[in-house]
Design a protein around this ligand. Structure first.
Ligand SMILES: Nc1ncnc2c1ncn2[C@@H]1O[C@H](COP(=O)(O)OP(=O)(O)OP(=O)(O)O)[C@@H](O)[C@H]1O
Length: 410
């Protein structure tokens, strides 16, 4: 007879394991409990039984059910950036994440990076990727980007795709990337999971959650520069980023200092932005629902986009009509995702989809400091982020001053 009894002994149990006493067999089942603000926690239920055979049968049945879930990772390659955010990436991983991976029987190879681009270079050339189900980034957005670059570059070189061609269709990576937030803004984690919480992210990885993401490639004069999954910024945000790197010793507070400095300098840039509007775009920048795992728009778009990287004749799009906008701009932003983070819970483009094959182009023309301040202030609240600025869904830009955005591919 199964029943919930007061536990006689609680121990560190494997995800599904059997503990025996002389009187009862008992088995603790660990599960994910959803709490508030998109946070997940690990909880357990203990079942008791006085029939050992029945208990074993029950455990076997659960394990058989779990074995059918092939999306759960069994082996992961973990990169920890000990240098990002408040420099506590290693501590976060050891204290909050490793015990959960261990409990879920996930084997891990852990590399603590020793320099910038260590993870990228290791993934590009050395790592034996066949033995892993995924790669985990413990760090911030910069660390995620390193891993993205390593994995995407490796995949393209294995498929013989020339990444310097802006019209090349990139081959999708077979490995997934998990993010354990341990950086300063952790925008990519926040925009995909809804919170910056290492335990929640670890549990998403354990249960095999996944979300496709658009990747934009940035080129200059037919030379590949970099990939981007979040914000591609020219002007205001790029200036903050450049300046904040010089203040890294300040930790996450460096963004505040650089933000104020850049705002006060009130720089603007004159040039022409060219873009192609998305033809079958179903979303609108003012849509109320935020894109999350399982989004129907992204699922539909992903299924419509056939991978065509093996057919050179399909490279590039024909009949694209380019629109030019000339002017003086304070900020030129292409958002591949909402770019939400704790300071901007809605993000720069709240309704941007993670995998619909488009980027939201946000142009902020030269205006007074006061008007620009009002625009920035909206990022911190939940009100309409786009009015009265114009916002476009675009799939490309022309050369200078913005590097071209190739059609995003997964
Ligand atoms: N061992 C290391 N020493 C120095 N720099 C490193 C090391 N490992 C990684 N890096 C670099 O540190 C940079 C910043 O890391 P990360 O993104 O993790 O933190 P952050 O910049 O504080 O957070 P965020 O990007 O979310 O603002 C990355 O661009 C990465 O290339």
């Amino acid at each position: 007879m199964w029943g919930f009894l007061k536990p006689q002994r609680r121990g560190t149990l494997n995800l599904f394991s059997l503990y025996r006493t002389h009187v009862f067999c008992f088995d603790a089942v660990f599960y994910v409990r959803r709490t508030t603000q998109h946070q997940w926690r690990c909880d357990d239920v203990t079942f008791y039984c006085d029939n050992l055979g029945l208990c074993q049968h029950w455990i076997q049945t659960i394990n058989d059910q779990l074995a059918t879930q092939t999306n759960r990772p069994k082996s992961l390659l973990v990169y920890i950036n000990p240098y990002g955010g408040k420099r506590d990436g290693k501590h976060i991983y050891d204290q909050k994440v490793a015990p959960l991976f261990c409990r879920a029987c996930i084997a891990t190879d852990v590399i603590v990076t020793e320099r910038a681009n260590h993870a990228r270079d290791h993934l590009k050339t050395e790592a034996n990727l066949d033995q892993y189900d995924g790669v985990v980034s413990v760090g911030g957005d910069g660390m995620f980007n390193e891993i993205l670059h390593g994995l995407v570059a490796r995949t393209q070189s294995e498929h013989g795709i020339d990444a310097n061609r802006p019209d090349a269709h990139l081959a999708p990576c077979s490995l997934r990337i998990g993010i354990i937030p341990a950086g300063s803004t952790d925008c990519i984690c926040f925009a995909t999971v809804g919170t910056n919480d290492p335990v929640t992210s670890a549990l998403h990885i354990i249960v095999g959650d996944s979300q496709p993401m658009d990747v934009s490639s940035v080129h200059h004069n037919d030379t590949f520069l970099r990939y981007s999954v979040s914000l591609l910024g020219y002007g205001f945000y790029a200036d903050i980023q450049t300046d904040s790197e010089r203040q890294r010793w300040l930790g996450p507070a460096r963004y505040d200092l650089s933000g104020v400095k850049t705002f006060l300098s009130h720089n603007y840039y004159e040039g022409t932005v060219s873009f192609v509007t998305a033809d079958d775009n179903v979303g609108d920048p003012r849509d109320k629902e935020q894109c999350r795992a399982g989004c129907r728009v992204c699922q539909r778009k992903t299924s419509l986009r056939e991978p065509r990287h093996d057919d050179p004749s399909h490279a590039g799009k024909v009949n694209e009509t380019w629109t030019d906008i000339h002017g003086k701009f304070i900020a030129i932003n292409a958002a591949n995702m909402s770019c939400a983070c704790p300071r901007s819970p809605q993000g720069l483009s709240p309704a941007a989809h993670l995998a619909d094959g488009t980027a939201d182009l946000i142009l902020v023309r030269k205006c007074s400091r006061l008007d620009f301040f009002k625009h920035l202030l909206r990022h911190t609240n939940k009100e309409d982020q786009v009015a009265p600025c114009q916002s476009f869904s675009a799939r490309g830009t022309s050369p200078s001053p913005l590097a071209a955005l190739a059609p995003p591919s997964r």
